[in-house]
Design a protein. Structure first.
Length: 490
């Protein structure tokens, strides 16, 4: 295939949530290049496609400003072909950091420090020019065959002074590597990239992510609510990893402190007095609950894009009346009435997840009294005295098309979970709403995990349970209560 009359595509190098990377030849200059093909989800409307095109062009502008840095993959060109943008980049012969760890095993602390030193240098150069990377992760760190360490894919970078392109609610990034302040919906800055670097190096040296869970939603909840497991292999790199992974950006290890530490270790010097000032991690707080809808986050694959609703508006949901909730839950196996896939949205953006279930219903679902609860407008998480956990999340989309895209992402995440956890079973039967998907299985700790997700008009919702009880009955009933609450709000 010839692209823009100049670049001949040869073979596929990789594929991700945002597109495909090809090995190609620049027929004009007679040299090999890498070309990133940006894929648009087929259900997106023209306005969304236009926005994604602008986002891609912004990526090219961001990377082009940094093309002279030895640790940043060079962007040569961006062309439009077939109504889509294609980014032409330097072809790197090598492997990503996550591939190396998978195939060769963990990095030594000194090797990880060398990687950290180069990536931090690239980030510092970007930050000095007003560019945030916002997706630092092992898959975006490349180790070339000639030993270079490069940071790639500024696909969700933010340029200082650029108009914000998040009005339709793009939630980007990779679970486990998104900084807590971003998940909380706060303004983020260079410190968020440093946190992601800490998570990346933790994974490289420990051989496992700093934050884990039975699905992407649980991973993001862990980022917000828990500290990572103490390092076992990091040795003298441990203190700086702890400092970089501090949930409070104001107490996080600074770039200068981390650079000094990495330099000493990369040169084989184990520092004794030049220790970074690592603040003691703050205790979890209720405001650190996931700021985006867990139901939508559950559908995220690495580097995928999910279209959320963030446009200002009204439409706050109210709790269902006792009669409506009782009628809805009386026969949870009976499908609710279906809505059309097109048409005008029924619900506004102000749906509040914590008003979908009453305290009594949550106690029934947990099978115990409520010990702790974390409440945000788009997600609520309840922990019982028996250790069980329940999460409910509801999100209204700006259009039916966006709602379908959200639910497709949720389904993709649930199918991936089935692959990651052998024995997990999917149930496709519609129980509530317009479309339902549910799963059940065992976690690695032996608990049962059940999740029911559905879409209803322009809203998506998920109810999940983790605890000692198997089966769908409780979450099916809870889903029926959520539909009753939506009916009452709409």
């Amino acid at each position: 295939m010839m692209l823009a009359g100049r670049y001949r595509l040869l073979s596929q190098l990789g594929q991700g949530g945002m597109g495909t990377v090809w090995r190609a030849v620049d027929e004009l200059l007679r040299q090999e290049v890498a070309v990133k093909e940006v894929r648009f989800p087929p259900e997106l409307d023209q306005a969304s496609r236009t926005e994604m095109t602008e986002r891609t062009l912004r990526e090219a502008r961001a990377a082009a400003r940094l093309r002279s840095h030895p640790s940043i993959v060079t962007v040569h060109d961006v062309v439009m072909d077939g109504g889509r943008p294609w980014i032409v980049m330097e072809l790197i012969r090598g492997r990503s950091l996550d591939q190396i760890v998978r195939e060769k095993g963990c990095l030594t602390p000194h090797q990880a420090a060398w990687v950290g030193r180069n990536v931090l240098d690239a980030l510092s150069a970007a930050h000095a020019m007003g560019v945030l990377h916002r997706d630092v992760k092992p898959g975006n760190v490349l180790i070339s065959d000639d030993g270079r360490i490069l940071l790639t894919d500024f696909g969700i970078a933010t340029l200082a002074g650029d108009a914000a392109l998040t009005q339709t609610g793009l939630l980007n990034g990779s679970p486990g590597y998104i900084a807590p302040e971003r998940l909380r919906g706060e303004n983020d800055g260079p410190q968020a990239d440093l946190w992601s670097l800490g998570a990346t190096l933790y994974s490289a040296v420990e051989g496992k992510p700093a934050f884990t869970g039975h699905n992407p939603a649980a991973v993001m909840a862990a980022v917000l609510l828990h500290d990572p497991a103490p390092v076992q292999r990091a040795g003298p790199l441990g203190p700086v990893l702890t400092g970089l992974l501090n949930k409070d950006p104001e107490r996080r290890c600074s770039a200068r402190q981390a650079a000094m530490w990495f330099e000493d270790m990369a040169q084989g010097r184990v520092p004794e007095t030049t220790r970074p000032r690592v603040a003691k991690p703050a205790a979890p707080h209720t405001r650190w609950v996931v700021g985006a809808a867990v139901a939508v986050v559950a559908g995220l694959a690495a580097a995928s894009v999910v279209w959320l609703q963030t446009r200002p508006g009204t439409g706050v949901a109210s709790s269902p009346t006792a009669k409506a909730a009782t009628e809805a839950a009386a026969d949870p196996a009976k499908p609710t009435k279906s809505s059309a896939k097109g048409g005008e949205p029924r619900f506004g953006p102000g749906l509040k997840s914590c008003q979908m279930l009453t305290t009594a219903q949550v106690r029934t679902l947990l099978g115990s009294a409520v010990k702790d609860d974390y409440r945000m407008p788009t997600v609520c998480r309840f922990t019982g005295t028996n250790g069980a956990e329940v999460t409910v999340s509801v999100m209204g989309a700006i259009s039916m098309e966006a709602c379908l895209a959200n639910f497709d992402a949720i389904k993709a995440g649930m199918r991936q979970q089935q692959k990651d956890y052998p024995g997990t079973q999917l149930r496709k039967r519609r129980v509530v709403g317009d479309e339902t998907l549910a799963l059940t299985g065992r976690t690695r700790t032996g608990s049962y995990m059940t999740q029911v997700s559905f879409r209803f008009f322009n809203a998506t919702a998920s109810v999940s349970y983790t605890g000692p009880r198997p089966g769908y009955q409780a979450v099916d009933g809870a889903a029926a209560y959520v539909v009753a609450a939506l009916e009452a709000s709409g």
